[in-house]
Design a protein. Sequence first.
Length: 382
Amino acid sequence: MAMWKAAIEDAVLKTRRNIGKFGDKFPHVSDGGSYELRDNDEWTCGFWPGMLWLCYEYTKDEVFLEAARSTVSGMKKRMEENKVLAHHDIGFLYSLSSKAEWIILGDEDAKNLTLEAADKLLERWNDKGQFIQAWGPMGDETEGGRIIIDCLLNLPLLYWAYEQTGDEKYRNTAVIQADKSRRFLVRGDDSSYHTFFFEPVTGEPIGGATHQGFTNGSTWSRGQAWGVYGFALSYRYTGNAAYLETSKRMARYFASQLPEDSVAYWDFYAEVTPETPRDSSASAIVAAGLHELIGLLEPDDPDRAEFADLLERSLASLVKNYSTTGEPEAEGLLKHGSYHVRGNLGLDDYMVWGDYYYLEALMRMERNIPGYWYDRKERTLG
């Protein structure tokens, strides 16, 4: 579709300009249309490298290659310094930076750095409780029993490490976490908790909660989006049909909660008024996830047509109504994202992960470039 190509070309131009503006900093969320630039110490720092690698794959322009490789050097330094890596978001950081370099160029140093990252993620494993602790020092009194639905997008780092090494510890950890997420984070009506707590020593379940959603029992739309995409990826790696079915169930629920323009509000339980924030980033994640999911379905699967229609509608709405296509001076790609509504952080502006998943979804549709969550077996460039 010409719309996808035009949106990508616009995004590439903005990303090229932002290389000079951002320098060695990393965009996080924006305030009044300008990105807050951070040192390489946020959980979000992988998304900018991911955008650079996508732009390089699309253009073959050395400008993007040089910038992308520079960010990987920064990720290597971050690993060496062990700088703010005591959390579960290691997959976001290294799948979209060093693993992307391995996928595209076959660089052995990048592969080895990514394997180091997988080992770093394994440090979050609570062996007694049998789960990956999301936040805080291991065994922390408050955070020691928390898992988070976001972690489903970090598990591909472990699955990939198993493929590269044959070491079962990576795959086993990812499968246990995916199974636990499926059982305790996904509700009977196919909605989801943002987080769930366990007794850290025994692993006994305590209950669901939220950190960024409307209430403990509500459905935070970005969390639901992580589930749609994350379970599809776990199915790709394992072939476990339960993961595929869970992704489908969560996609149907997401679709059932959308307003007329097919772009999500920040929480599906929040009262809708003219002031209720959207979260365009949630819909961008689902768009990329739906493309992945559709590609995993059998040709005669009755859900294919429904999901394809949802993907077309939601991505078209993002391009037409939420993107900065046609706004040459805009810094971000996707407007009306929400970071942490309850915490009054990043309301109604650019989110770097929203930009990344929006660009990934477009690349999937236009060029069948699927991002960097799994190895494509053959190096695409280099």
